[in-house]
Design a protein around this ligand. Sequence first.
Ligand SMILES: Nc1ncnc2c1ncn2[C@@H]1O[C@H](COP(=O)(O)OP(=O)(O)OP(=O)(O)O)[C@@H](O)[C@H]1O
Length: 468
Amino acid sequence: MSESLWQNCLETLQSELPSQQYNMWVRPLQVQAINNDLVLFAPNKFVLDWVRDKYADRINELLTELAGTNKPNLKMEVGSRAAAPVANPTLQVGNNFAPSNGQNSSPSGTNFNNTNNVTQIGQTPPQTLTSNLKESYVFDNFVEGKSNQLARAAASQVADNPGTAFNPLFLYGSTGLGKTHLMHAVGNEIRQRNPDAKVVYMHSERFVQDMVKAIQTNSIEEWKRHYRSVDALLIDDIQFFAGKERSQEEFFHTFNALLESNHQIILTSDRYPKEIDGVEERLKSRFGWGLTIIIEPPELETRVAILMKKAHESNFDLPHEVAFFIAKRLRSNVRDLEGALNRVIANANFTGKAVTIDFTKEALRDMLALQEKLVTIDNIQKTVAEYYKIKVADMSSKSRSRSVARPRQIAMALSKELTNHSLPEIGAAFGGRDHTTVLHACRKVTELRETTHDIKEDFSNLVRTLSS
Ligand SMILES: Nc1ncnc2c1ncn2[C@@H]1O[C@H](COP(=O)(O)OP(=O)(O)OP(=O)(O)O)[C@@H](O)[C@H]1O
Protein backbone atom coordinates (compact mmCIF):
# COMPACT_ATOMS: atom_id res chain seq x y z
CA MET A 1 0.00 0.00 0.00
CA SER A 2 1.23 3.41 -0.98
CA GLU A 3 1.29 4.89 2.47
CA SER A 4 3.53 2.17 3.84
CA LEU A 5 5.68 2.68 0.81
CA TRP A 6 6.02 6.28 1.86
CA GLN A 7 7.03 5.11 5.30
CA ASN A 8 9.93 3.18 3.75
CA CYS A 9 10.77 6.13 1.61
CA LEU A 10 10.89 8.31 4.73
CA GLU A 11 13.29 5.97 6.46
CA THR A 12 15.72 6.27 3.59
CA LEU A 13 15.34 10.04 3.39
CA GLN A 14 15.97 10.29 7.10
CA SER A 15 19.18 8.33 6.76
CA GLU A 16 20.32 10.39 3.78
CA LEU A 17 19.52 13.93 4.86
CA PRO A 18 21.08 15.97 7.66
CA SER A 19 18.60 15.77 10.51
CA GLN A 20 17.92 19.50 10.46
CA GLN A 21 16.87 19.35 6.82
CA TYR A 22 14.81 16.25 7.36
CA ASN A 23 13.00 17.75 10.33
CA MET A 24 12.48 21.04 8.63
CA TRP A 25 11.21 19.99 5.24
CA VAL A 26 10.29 16.33 5.13
CA ARG A 27 8.89 15.72 8.55
CA PRO A 28 5.99 18.22 8.27
CA LEU A 29 4.68 16.51 5.16
CA GLN A 30 1.48 14.54 5.46
CA VAL A 31 0.70 11.71 3.12
CA GLN A 32 -2.46 10.25 1.67
CA ALA A 33 -2.91 7.52 -0.91
CA ILE A 34 -5.71 8.37 -3.32
CA ASN A 35 -6.29 5.68 -5.98
CA ASN A 36 -3.03 5.48 -7.84
CA ASP A 37 -1.66 8.72 -6.48
CA LEU A 38 0.50 9.30 -3.49
CA VAL A 39 -0.31 12.82 -2.40
CA LEU A 40 2.11 14.69 -0.17
CA PHE A 41 0.59 17.62 1.65
CA ALA A 42 2.88 20.49 2.62
CA PRO A 43 1.77 22.89 5.35
CA ASN A 44 2.32 25.91 3.09
CA LYS A 45 3.63 27.01 -0.29
CA PHE A 46 7.06 27.74 1.03
CA VAL A 47 7.61 24.13 2.08
CA LEU A 48 5.89 22.86 -1.06
CA ASP A 49 8.24 24.78 -3.37
CA TRP A 50 11.26 23.78 -1.40
CA VAL A 51 10.40 20.07 -1.36
CA ARG A 52 9.53 20.12 -5.05
CA ASP A 53 12.74 21.82 -5.88
CA LYS A 54 15.14 19.90 -3.68
CA TYR A 55 13.67 16.51 -2.91
CA ALA A 56 11.03 15.56 -5.48
CA ASP A 57 13.52 13.85 -7.81
CA ARG A 58 14.98 11.79 -5.02
CA ILE A 59 11.53 10.87 -3.71
CA ASN A 60 10.48 9.73 -7.17
CA GLU A 61 13.66 7.69 -7.47
CA LEU A 62 13.05 6.02 -4.13
CA LEU A 63 9.44 5.24 -5.00
CA THR A 64 10.61 3.58 -8.19
CA GLU A 65 13.28 1.62 -6.34
CA LEU A 66 10.79 0.46 -3.76
CA ALA A 67 7.73 -0.19 -5.88
CA GLY A 68 9.05 -0.82 -9.38
CA THR A 69 6.19 -0.87 -11.88
CA ASN A 70 3.65 -0.40 -9.09
CA LYS A 71 5.03 3.01 -8.33
CA PRO A 72 2.22 5.44 -7.50
CA ASN A 73 2.10 8.89 -9.09
CA LEU A 74 3.66 11.41 -6.83
CA LYS A 75 1.60 14.55 -6.30
CA MET A 76 2.29 17.45 -4.03
CA GLU A 77 0.03 20.18 -2.80
CA VAL A 78 -0.56 22.59 0.01
CA GLY A 79 -3.00 21.37 2.61
CA SER A 80 -3.50 18.49 4.96
CA ARG A 81 -4.85 15.04 4.49
CA ALA A 82 -8.58 14.67 4.82
CA ALA A 83 -9.59 14.47 8.47
CA ALA A 84 -11.23 11.12 8.00
CA PRO A 85 -10.69 8.40 10.58
CA VAL A 86 -7.17 7.17 10.24
CA ALA A 87 -6.72 3.52 9.39
CA ASN A 88 -3.19 3.48 10.66
CA PRO A 89 -2.21 6.43 12.78
CA THR A 90 1.46 5.47 12.68
CA LEU A 91 1.51 6.68 9.11
CA GLN A 92 1.35 10.23 10.33
CA VAL A 93 4.30 12.24 9.26
CA GLY A 94 5.24 14.69 11.95
CA ASN A 95 2.88 15.40 14.78
CA ASN A 96 0.46 17.45 12.82
CA PHE A 97 -2.40 15.19 12.18
CA ALA A 98 -4.94 14.65 14.88
CA PRO A 99 -7.40 11.93 13.93
CA SER A 100 -11.02 12.82 14.15
CA ASN A 101 -12.50 11.47 17.33
CA GLY A 102 -15.96 12.86 17.01
CA GLN A 103 -15.27 15.83 19.26
CA ASN A 104 -15.06 18.63 16.85
CA SER A 105 -12.92 21.70 17.18
CA SER A 106 -13.63 23.65 20.29
CA PRO A 107 -15.52 26.85 19.62
CA SER A 108 -13.34 28.71 22.11
CA GLY A 109 -10.84 29.56 19.46
CA THR A 110 -8.10 27.49 21.03
CA ASN A 111 -7.50 25.65 17.78
CA PHE A 112 -5.36 27.39 15.25
CA ASN A 113 -6.11 25.06 12.48
CA ASN A 114 -9.45 23.59 11.72
CA THR A 115 -7.97 20.32 10.55
CA ASN A 116 -6.87 19.57 14.06
CA ASN A 117 -8.90 18.43 16.98
CA VAL A 118 -7.13 19.60 20.04
CA THR A 119 -7.78 18.24 23.46
CA GLN A 120 -8.50 21.09 25.80
CA ILE A 121 -6.44 21.09 28.92
CA GLY A 122 -7.55 23.32 31.76
CA GLN A 123 -10.77 25.21 31.51
CA THR A 124 -9.82 28.43 33.26
CA PRO A 125 -8.91 31.28 30.94
CA PRO A 126 -5.48 32.67 31.77
CA GLN A 127 -6.67 35.95 33.25
CA THR A 128 -3.42 36.64 35.05
CA LEU A 129 -1.13 35.92 32.14
CA THR A 130 -0.33 38.80 29.87
CA SER A 131 1.16 38.14 26.49
CA ASN A 132 4.25 40.35 27.04
CA LEU A 133 4.75 40.43 23.29
CA LYS A 134 6.88 43.26 21.99
CA GLU A 135 5.03 44.70 19.03
CA SER A 136 8.14 45.98 17.32
CA TYR A 137 9.66 42.50 16.95
CA VAL A 138 8.10 41.31 13.72
CA PHE A 139 9.25 39.37 10.67
CA ASP A 140 9.19 42.45 8.48
CA ASN A 141 12.03 44.15 10.29
CA PHE A 142 14.10 41.01 10.82
CA VAL A 143 16.95 41.09 8.31
CA GLU A 144 17.65 37.73 6.81
CA GLY A 145 21.11 36.40 5.96
CA LYS A 146 22.90 33.08 5.77
CA SER A 147 23.46 32.99 9.51
CA ASN A 148 19.79 33.18 10.45
CA GLN A 149 18.03 31.93 7.31
CA LEU A 150 17.02 28.55 8.65
CA ALA A 151 15.86 29.98 11.94
CA ARG A 152 13.83 32.63 10.13
CA ALA A 153 12.25 30.02 7.84
CA ALA A 154 11.42 27.71 10.73
CA ALA A 155 9.94 30.57 12.73
CA SER A 156 7.72 31.61 9.88
CA GLN A 157 6.62 27.99 9.43
CA VAL A 158 5.64 27.89 13.08
CA ALA A 159 3.74 31.16 12.71
CA ASP A 160 1.90 29.66 9.74
CA ASN A 161 1.14 26.37 11.46
CA PRO A 162 1.38 26.85 15.21
CA GLY A 163 1.40 23.63 17.17
CA THR A 164 1.85 21.52 14.10
CA ALA A 165 4.92 22.50 12.09
CA PHE A 166 7.76 22.11 14.56
CA ASN A 167 6.99 21.61 18.18
CA PRO A 168 8.88 22.68 20.19
CA LEU A 169 10.93 25.11 18.16
CA PHE A 170 14.25 25.51 19.93
CA LEU A 171 16.43 28.46 18.85
CA TYR A 172 19.92 28.76 20.23
CA GLY A 173 22.97 30.92 19.69
CA SER A 174 25.08 33.59 21.35
CA THR A 175 23.69 36.70 22.89
CA GLY A 176 22.18 39.49 20.80
CA LEU A 177 21.66 37.55 17.59
CA GLY A 178 17.89 37.86 17.28
CA LYS A 179 16.48 34.82 19.08
CA THR A 180 14.10 36.91 21.17
CA HIS A 181 13.16 39.00 18.15
CA LEU A 182 12.20 35.92 16.13
CA MET A 183 10.30 34.40 19.00
CA HIS A 184 8.18 37.52 19.39
CA ALA A 185 7.74 37.71 15.63
CA VAL A 186 6.11 34.29 15.72
CA GLY A 187 3.90 35.32 18.61
CA ASN A 188 2.87 38.56 16.92
CA GLU A 189 2.09 36.79 13.69
CA ILE A 190 -0.03 34.18 15.45
CA ARG A 191 -1.93 36.94 17.21
CA GLN A 192 -2.39 38.88 14.03
CA ARG A 193 -4.00 35.92 12.33
CA ASN A 194 -6.01 34.90 15.31
CA PRO A 195 -6.52 37.75 17.78
CA ASP A 196 -8.08 35.32 20.26
CA ALA A 197 -5.00 33.15 20.43
CA LYS A 198 -3.43 33.12 23.87
CA VAL A 199 0.24 33.68 23.31
CA VAL A 200 2.48 34.14 26.31
CA TYR A 201 6.09 35.26 26.20
CA MET A 202 8.13 34.91 29.31
CA HIS A 203 11.75 35.04 30.32
CA SER A 204 12.65 31.82 32.12
CA GLU A 205 13.62 33.70 35.28
CA ARG A 206 10.20 35.28 35.40
CA PHE A 207 8.63 31.86 34.93
CA VAL A 208 10.54 30.62 37.98
CA GLN A 209 9.62 33.70 40.03
CA ASP A 210 5.97 33.30 39.15
CA MET A 211 6.03 29.72 40.17
CA VAL A 212 7.69 30.43 43.50
CA LYS A 213 5.07 33.09 44.16
CA ALA A 214 2.31 30.67 43.30
CA ILE A 215 3.71 28.15 45.76
CA GLN A 216 3.96 30.79 48.47
CA THR A 217 0.40 31.92 47.96
CA ASN A 218 -0.99 28.40 47.70
CA SER A 219 -2.15 28.98 44.17
CA ILE A 220 0.05 26.53 42.34
CA GLU A 221 -2.89 24.57 40.92
CA GLU A 222 -4.36 27.68 39.37
CA TRP A 223 -0.93 28.69 38.11
CA LYS A 224 -0.55 25.32 36.39
CA ARG A 225 -3.96 25.59 34.80
CA HIS A 226 -3.16 29.02 33.44
CA TYR A 227 0.05 27.95 31.83
CA ARG A 228 -1.43 24.81 30.43
CA SER A 229 -4.25 26.64 28.74
CA VAL A 230 -2.15 28.90 26.54
CA ASP A 231 -2.04 28.32 22.80
CA ALA A 232 1.60 29.25 22.45
CA LEU A 233 4.16 29.46 25.22
CA LEU A 234 7.39 31.30 24.47
CA ILE A 235 10.14 30.90 27.04
CA ASP A 236 13.35 32.85 26.58
CA ASP A 237 16.83 31.94 27.81
CA ILE A 238 15.92 28.52 29.09
CA GLN A 239 19.46 28.04 30.39
CA PHE A 240 18.39 29.96 33.51
CA PHE A 241 16.42 26.90 34.55
CA ALA A 242 19.75 25.31 35.45
CA GLY A 243 19.73 23.98 38.98
CA LYS A 244 16.08 24.94 39.61
CA GLU A 245 14.71 21.44 40.06
CA ARG A 246 11.19 22.25 41.15
CA SER A 247 10.72 24.67 38.26
CA GLN A 248 12.05 22.09 35.86
CA GLU A 249 9.61 19.55 37.20
CA GLU A 250 6.67 21.91 36.72
CA PHE A 251 7.91 23.00 33.36
CA PHE A 252 8.27 19.38 32.29
CA HIS A 253 4.60 18.74 33.00
CA THR A 254 3.45 21.98 31.41
CA PHE A 255 5.60 21.21 28.43
CA ASN A 256 4.11 17.74 28.01
CA ALA A 257 0.57 18.98 28.45
CA LEU A 258 1.02 21.66 25.82
CA LEU A 259 2.74 19.35 23.37
CA GLU A 260 0.13 16.65 23.79
CA SER A 261 -2.58 19.11 22.91
CA ASN A 262 -0.67 20.47 19.92
CA HIS A 263 -0.10 23.85 21.50
CA GLN A 264 3.03 25.58 20.35
CA ILE A 265 6.16 25.90 22.45
CA ILE A 266 9.15 28.02 21.48
CA LEU A 267 12.31 28.03 23.54
CA THR A 268 15.58 29.87 23.27
CA SER A 269 18.90 29.30 24.90
CA ASP A 270 22.47 30.46 24.53
CA ARG A 271 23.57 26.88 23.86
CA TYR A 272 22.57 23.59 22.34
CA PRO A 273 20.03 21.76 24.53
CA LYS A 274 22.35 18.87 25.41
CA GLU A 275 24.99 21.33 26.57
CA ILE A 276 22.81 23.08 29.15
CA ASP A 277 24.29 22.01 32.48
CA GLY A 278 22.04 21.62 35.47
CA VAL A 279 18.95 20.72 33.46
CA GLU A 280 17.49 17.24 33.72
CA GLU A 281 18.22 14.84 30.89
CA ARG A 282 14.56 14.06 30.22
CA LEU A 283 13.85 17.75 29.76
CA LYS A 284 16.85 18.28 27.49
CA SER A 285 15.86 15.36 25.37
CA ARG A 286 12.34 16.73 25.06
CA PHE A 287 13.67 20.09 23.93
CA GLY A 288 14.96 18.27 20.89
CA TRP A 289 11.66 16.64 19.92
CA GLY A 290 10.72 19.32 17.45
CA LEU A 291 13.31 21.34 15.61
CA THR A 292 16.51 22.75 17.05
CA ILE A 293 18.20 25.51 15.11
CA ILE A 294 21.26 27.63 15.68
CA ILE A 295 21.43 31.35 14.90
CA GLU A 296 24.98 32.30 14.08
CA PRO A 297 26.66 35.69 14.11
CA PRO A 298 25.69 37.50 10.91
CA GLU A 299 28.22 37.75 8.13
CA LEU A 300 29.44 41.11 6.88
CA GLU A 301 26.74 41.69 4.22
CA THR A 302 23.97 40.97 6.70
CA ARG A 303 25.54 43.26 9.28
CA VAL A 304 25.59 46.05 6.72
CA ALA A 305 21.98 45.30 5.74
CA ILE A 306 20.89 45.37 9.39
CA LEU A 307 22.53 48.76 9.92
CA MET A 308 21.03 50.20 6.75
CA LYS A 309 17.57 48.90 7.66
CA LYS A 310 17.70 50.19 11.21
CA ALA A 311 18.99 53.58 10.06
CA HIS A 312 16.18 53.74 7.54
CA GLU A 313 13.63 52.92 10.25
CA SER A 314 15.01 55.82 12.28
CA ASN A 315 14.80 58.10 9.22
CA PHE A 316 18.54 58.51 9.36
CA ASP A 317 20.56 58.83 6.20
CA LEU A 318 23.47 56.47 6.88
CA PRO A 319 26.16 56.53 4.18
CA HIS A 320 26.83 53.04 2.91
CA GLU A 321 30.57 53.26 3.56
CA VAL A 322 29.91 54.18 7.17
CA ALA A 323 27.60 51.17 7.57
CA PHE A 324 30.34 49.06 6.05
CA PHE A 325 32.94 50.57 8.37
CA ILE A 326 30.87 49.80 11.48
CA ALA A 327 29.91 46.33 10.26
CA LYS A 328 33.51 45.48 9.51
CA ARG A 329 34.56 46.32 13.03
CA LEU A 330 31.68 45.09 15.16
CA ARG A 331 31.24 41.49 14.23
CA SER A 332 29.79 39.36 16.91
CA ASN A 333 26.47 40.73 17.92
CA VAL A 334 23.50 42.61 16.49
CA ARG A 335 22.77 44.31 19.78
CA ASP A 336 26.21 45.95 19.68
CA LEU A 337 25.59 47.01 16.10
CA GLU A 338 22.36 48.68 17.15
CA GLY A 339 24.11 50.35 20.06
CA ALA A 340 26.79 51.70 17.74
CA LEU A 341 24.25 52.99 15.26
CA ASN A 342 22.26 54.72 17.98
CA ARG A 343 25.44 56.34 19.21
CA VAL A 344 26.27 57.61 15.73
CA ILE A 345 22.74 58.95 15.25
CA ALA A 346 22.75 60.69 18.63
CA ASN A 347 26.16 62.28 17.96
CA ALA A 348 25.14 63.41 14.49
CA ASN A 349 21.94 64.97 15.78
CA PHE A 350 23.74 66.61 18.64
CA THR A 351 26.68 68.05 16.73
CA GLY A 352 24.99 68.53 13.37
CA LYS A 353 28.18 67.24 11.70
CA ALA A 354 28.29 65.17 8.50
CA VAL A 355 28.44 61.44 9.10
CA THR A 356 31.82 60.43 7.70
CA ILE A 357 34.11 57.57 8.62
CA ASP A 358 36.27 59.89 10.72
CA PHE A 359 33.20 61.18 12.52
CA THR A 360 32.13 57.58 13.19
CA LYS A 361 35.59 56.59 14.44
CA GLU A 362 35.40 59.41 16.94
CA ALA A 363 31.83 58.69 18.01
CA LEU A 364 32.59 54.99 18.55
CA ARG A 365 36.13 55.37 19.81
CA ASP A 366 35.77 53.34 23.02
CA MET A 367 33.69 50.59 21.41
CA LEU A 368 36.16 50.17 18.58
CA ALA A 369 39.17 50.24 20.88
CA LEU A 370 37.66 47.46 22.96
CA GLN A 371 37.06 45.34 19.89
CA GLU A 372 40.57 45.89 18.51
CA LYS A 373 42.06 44.97 21.85
CA LEU A 374 40.09 41.77 22.09
CA VAL A 375 40.93 40.17 18.78
CA THR A 376 44.57 40.09 17.81
CA ILE A 377 46.35 37.65 15.53
CA ASP A 378 48.27 36.43 18.57
CA ASN A 379 45.07 35.73 20.38
CA ILE A 380 43.65 33.92 17.37
CA GLN A 381 46.76 31.75 17.03
CA LYS A 382 46.67 30.81 20.71
CA THR A 383 42.97 30.07 20.71
CA VAL A 384 43.08 27.98 17.54
CA ALA A 385 46.16 26.05 18.73
CA GLU A 386 44.43 25.30 22.01
CA TYR A 387 41.21 24.28 20.25
CA TYR A 388 42.99 21.79 17.98
CA LYS A 389 45.51 20.78 20.64
CA ILE A 390 48.57 21.73 18.63
CA LYS A 391 51.53 23.96 19.52
CA VAL A 392 51.30 27.73 18.96
CA ALA A 393 54.69 27.44 17.22
CA ASP A 394 52.99 25.29 14.54
CA MET A 395 51.15 28.39 13.37
CA SER A 396 54.45 29.67 12.01
CA SER A 397 56.18 26.37 11.25
CA LYS A 398 56.84 25.02 7.77
CA SER A 399 55.03 21.74 8.51
CA ARG A 400 52.47 20.78 5.89
CA SER A 401 50.97 17.87 7.78
CA ARG A 402 47.17 18.09 7.62
CA SER A 403 46.77 18.09 11.41
CA VAL A 404 48.73 21.33 11.55
CA ALA A 405 48.09 22.89 8.15
CA ARG A 406 44.30 22.91 8.45
CA PRO A 407 44.19 24.68 11.84
CA ARG A 408 46.76 27.12 10.49
CA GLN A 409 44.53 27.90 7.52
CA ILE A 410 41.58 28.35 9.84
CA ALA A 411 43.60 30.73 12.00
CA MET A 412 44.54 32.74 8.91
CA ALA A 413 40.93 32.94 7.77
CA LEU A 414 39.88 34.03 11.26
CA SER A 415 42.57 36.70 11.24
CA LYS A 416 41.20 38.02 7.98
CA GLU A 417 37.65 37.95 9.26
CA LEU A 418 38.14 39.21 12.79
CA THR A 419 40.97 41.73 12.56
CA ASN A 420 41.71 44.63 10.29
CA HIS A 421 45.14 43.37 9.26
CA SER A 422 45.97 43.15 5.58
CA LEU A 423 46.79 39.86 3.85
CA PRO A 424 50.57 40.57 3.83
CA GLU A 425 50.47 41.44 7.55
CA ILE A 426 48.64 38.22 8.30
CA GLY A 427 51.11 36.24 6.17
CA ALA A 428 54.00 37.83 8.06
CA ALA A 429 52.48 36.82 11.40
CA PHE A 430 52.22 33.21 10.24
CA GLY A 431 55.93 32.53 9.77
CA GLY A 432 56.53 35.03 6.97
CA ARG A 433 54.11 33.51 4.46
CA ASP A 434 53.16 35.17 1.23
CA HIS A 435 49.84 37.05 0.98
CA THR A 436 48.65 34.60 -1.73
CA THR A 437 49.00 31.76 0.79
CA VAL A 438 46.69 33.66 3.13
CA LEU A 439 44.23 34.30 0.33
CA HIS A 440 44.28 30.62 -0.60
CA ALA A 441 43.69 29.69 3.07
CA CYS A 442 40.71 32.08 3.28
CA ARG A 443 39.14 30.64 0.12
CA LYS A 444 39.76 27.06 1.21
CA VAL A 445 38.19 27.66 4.62
CA THR A 446 35.16 29.37 3.05
CA GLU A 447 34.70 26.33 0.82
CA LEU A 448 35.15 23.88 3.71
CA ARG A 449 32.65 25.76 5.84
CA GLU A 450 30.08 25.22 3.11
CA THR A 451 30.82 21.55 2.58
CA THR A 452 32.12 20.13 5.85
CA HIS A 453 29.95 20.15 8.89
CA ASP A 454 32.82 19.81 11.39
CA ILE A 455 34.75 22.73 9.95
CA LYS A 456 31.64 24.88 9.89
CA GLU A 457 31.05 24.07 13.54
CA ASP A 458 34.72 24.55 14.52
CA PHE A 459 34.77 27.91 12.81
CA SER A 460 31.68 29.23 14.51
CA ASN A 461 32.85 27.89 17.89
CA LEU A 462 36.12 29.74 17.40
CA VAL A 463 34.41 32.96 16.30
CA ARG A 464 32.20 32.73 19.34
CA THR A 465 35.13 32.15 21.71
CA LEU A 466 37.14 34.96 20.16
CA SER A 467 34.33 37.48 20.03
CA SER A 468 32.89 36.94 23.48
N1 LIG B 1 18.45 39.77 11.79
C1 LIG B 1 18.07 40.83 12.49
N2 LIG B 1 17.42 41.86 11.89
C2 LIG B 1 17.06 42.94 12.59
N3 LIG B 1 17.30 43.11 13.91
C3 LIG B 1 17.93 42.14 14.55
C4 LIG B 1 18.36 40.95 13.89
N4 LIG B 1 18.97 40.15 14.78
C5 LIG B 1 18.92 40.80 15.94
N5 LIG B 1 18.31 41.99 15.84
C6 LIG B 1 18.11 43.01 16.88
O1 LIG B 1 19.18 42.90 17.79
C7 LIG B 1 18.74 43.09 19.13
C8 LIG B 1 19.11 41.88 19.95
O2 LIG B 1 18.34 40.78 19.51
P1 LIG B 1 17.64 39.75 20.51
O3 LIG B 1 17.31 40.42 21.81
O4 LIG B 1 16.54 39.09 19.78
O5 LIG B 1 18.85 38.75 20.74
P2 LIG B 1 18.92 37.39 21.54
O6 LIG B 1 19.58 36.43 20.62
O7 LIG B 1 17.60 37.02 22.08
O8 LIG B 1 19.90 37.75 22.71
P3 LIG B 1 19.95 37.20 24.25
O9 LIG B 1 20.43 35.79 24.17
O10 LIG B 1 20.95 38.11 24.89
O11 LIG B 1 18.58 37.31 24.80
C9 LIG B 1 17.24 43.31 19.05
O12 LIG B 1 16.97 44.68 19.13
C10 LIG B 1 16.85 42.77 17.68
O13 LIG B 1 15.74 43.46 17.14
